[in-house]
Write a new protein. Structure first.
Length: 180
């Protein structure tokens, strides 16, 4: 009996690891669907990675939202030519994914309340903005220049919210998510 339990536990851990890797890959790929903005010398991006981060955090919760957001977008920065941004992105998107998932899963909702999902995504934006702002202050040694990135970041989050909320409403009806 104990051996069967250990095998089942190991299979569950393996399945969880595979799901997490797939979610990281989804954020990574979605971030490549982007538009470069004419902000500062290096520019900024509006991409679908934020929509995927919101979706994952709402569907799978804070842990997977944080990990998928941090590693998916961090890997994009590393392989997409934005290496200097990777540490900032990893921290910002970890906290953003965690906040979205934590709020979406409050009071046993598990991402089923559209209102809580919207609140979750909106509540995560100031944290993400603050982390990127501080990171840019460090990069540029300037308190003013980072302000130019805020409109693009807000647009990116608004687009992510507009895509993720209806997508999650549809996906939550799938048999996999009805049982979670």
């Amino acid at each position: 009996m104990q051996q069967a339990h250990n095998i089942q536990k190991q299979q569950s851990k393996t399945f969880d690891l595979v799901i997490t890797a797939i979610l990281i890959a989804l954020v990574f790929i979605a971030t490549f669907i982007n538009i470069k903005l004419p902000i500062m010398a290096k520019g900024g991006l509006v991409h679908l990675g934020t929509a995927m981060l919101f979706t994952i955090a709402i569907l799978f919760g804070p842990k997977k939202g944080a990990i998928a957001g941090a590693f998916g977008m961090g890997l994009f920065d590393i392989f997409g030519g934005w290496l200097i941004w990777a540490p900032i992105t990893i921290v910002a998107r970890f906290f953003q994914g965690f906040i979205v998932g934590k709020i979406a899963y409050m009071s046993g909702k598990k991402g089923t309340s559209m209102v809580m999902n919207i609140v979750a995504a909106v509540a995560s934006v100031p944290v993400m903005l603050a982390i990127y702002y501080i990171g840019e202050v460090i990069l540029y040694s300037n308190w003013i220049a980072p302000l130019a990135s805020i409109p693009g970041d807000l647009l990116q989050n608004a687009l992510g919210l507009a895509i993720a909320i209806p997508l999650c409403a549809v996906l939550k009806k799938a048999p996999y998510f009805k049982n979670t």
